[in-house]
Design a binder for this molecule. Structure first.
Ligand SMILES: Cc1cc2nc3c(=O)[nH]c(=O)nc-3n(C[C@H](O)[C@H](O)[C@H](O)COP(=O)(O)O)c2cc1C
Length: 325
């Protein structure tokens, strides 16, 4: 069996990937983004410990969408043995082409346990984790790490960290150009991405503040990265991945796609859960639209697929009425 080749799969002039985002990038949303041109999609981050204990909710987070290829499953944790065991579990469950290790999450409840971005303060341990996961995965999956510029502005170590990842068997790295202490504020530093790119010979995926295809092109030209990963700009906006379909301007058209996503989510995780989660997705889809407040209010009260369908129908009638007026 040949290991999945990341470099070869990053074809096209501007390869854009959908970032892993907990509470956002479920299989239904990933399918929609792929439809608009996202090259890879990642699961939400899943706890290695919870996977080893077979926690049903965590297993559910790994669900792979129909035709989702290549698929990257992201896990977090800081014990190399548990991470290796969790990787074996992931391979059994969803056979992803890529196992991505989260070394960038800044959330206090994650770093407090030594997980996520806390690993940037212990690069030797991070290296042992990558090595353990690479051995566990063998040729069955490529192994990648996603991390930040550093822990804080006084300890920027992304380039050295990337070298350690490569030396321990990483097949690619993703670098988010912010330090942990910035969380998601300020601007992402693309210079550090450029530095990482020149520090390693494995593919480098750039992340941070890419809000359009034009940004993605600029980021690739500036940093030399092999691909870009888009996070927040994709929320309610899968059109960000499209080379030829611009984001529609009307609530009716935007919500048509939101409804398609919701119907798929309902098939995958049940109507009730999908509808509760659709409230936030609808609100993101409505960003920047006239009358957004009105539709958001309706979505906040909707509980069934029929309720959401009615909102979309009313947006369509509204649109037709304004054409005829
Ligand atoms: C709501 C939310 C959830 C996130 N969850 C994850 C996650 O599960 N794993 C991860 O590696 N990064 C996670 N991130 C970080 C993003 O993947 C990405 O690195 C970050 O948002 C910067 O990219 P952007 O400027 O394109 O948004 C999350 C970000 C947001 C906003």
């Amino acid at each position: 069996m040949q290991k999945f080749n990341i470099k070869e799969s990053l074809g096209g002039a501007v390869p854009m990937l959908l970032a892993p985002m907990a509470g956002v990038t479920d299989a239904a949303f990933r399918e929609v983004c792929r439809g608009f041109g996202a090259v890879f999609t990642y699961s939400e981050m899943v706890s290695s410990k919870a996977l080893v204990y077979q926690d049903a909710k965590s297993v559910g987070l790994l669900l792979r969408g129909g035709g989702e290829f290549p698929y990257a499953a992201q896990i977090f944790g800081s014990d190399p043995i548990v991470m290796a065991d969790a990787s074996v579990k992931v391979l059994e469950l969803v056979s992803p082409e890529i196992i991505d290790i989260n070394m960038g999450c800044p959330a206090p409840k994650i770093v407090r346990n030594g997980d996520g971005c806390a690993l940037m303060r212990d690069p030797a341990l991070a290296g042992r984790i990558i090595a353990a996961v690479a051995v566990a995965a063998g040729n069955r999956a490529a192994v990648t790490a996603k991390f930040r510029k550093g822990w804080d502005s006084g300890s920027v170590n992304a380039a050295e960290f990337a070298r350690i990842m490569e030396a321990n068997g990483a097949d690619a790295v993703t670098i988010h150009g912010r330090v942990r202490s910035q969380l998601y504020s300020g601007t992402a530093d693309w210079d550090i991405i450029r530095e990482v790119k020149s520090a390693v010979s494995i593919p480098v995926i750039a992340n941070g503040d890419v809000a359009s295809r034009a940004d993605a092109s600029r980021c690739i030209a500036y940093t030399g990265a092999d691909a870009v990963m888009v996070g927040r700009a994709a929320m309610g906006n899968p059109w960000v991945f499209s080379a030829d379909t611009p984001r529609p301007g009307s609530a009716a058209e935007l919500l048509q796609t939101a409804l398609r996503q919701l119907k798929r989510a309902a098939e995958l995780k049940g109507e009730r859960t999908a509808c509760m989660e659709a409230r936030k997705h609808f609100s993101w889809y409505l960003k920047g639209v006239r009358d957004a407040g009105h539709y958001k209010q309706l979505a906040a009260q909707a509980v069934t697929l029929a309720d959401f369908s009615a909102i979309v129908s009313s947006a369509h009638s509204q649109r037709t009425a304004s054409y005829l007026a």
